[in-house]
Design a protein around this ligand. Sequence first.
Ligand code: AMP
Ligand code: ZN
Length: 131
Amino acid sequence: MCIFCKIINKEIPSSIIYEDADVLAILDLAQTTLGHTLVMPKKHYANILEIPDDELAHLMSVVKMLAKRISDKLGAKGFNLLVNTNEVAGQTVMHLHVHIIPRYDENDTIKIEFTENKLDLNEIANKINEL
Ligand code: AMP
Ligand code: ZN
């Protein structure tokens, strides 16, 4: 059984901030920023591609509700939502989870940087749109 399934089964303790029949939200041990939260389906899906759309819709509505509640209660000015998918993208726990990372200012304890590449956008779009 994966570590998040054990948390969901209460075999491993966690700091729960939301729970219903299908979704659990806990504080991330890492606390990358204050209030860093993980929202996960109670059923084990390895990643976002595996979860049925209706269950994903409910998961995301909980994410939205909690992102607002966390921001309001902790005084965050914004937040980043992150879903790492597969090892190459930094996924370490293979049970779908959405990170809510509250943001307090531009110099807080997380840095997200987009590097620019000079690539042909038409060529990329054609490749993606190809049947
Ligand atoms: P990811 O890299 O997207 O797979 O994220 C996994 C996250 O789970 C990391 O941010 C860890 O800090 C967090 N994590 C791992 N084990 C626990 C745990 N027992 N309780 C809370 N968070 C955890
Ligand atoms: Zn699991």
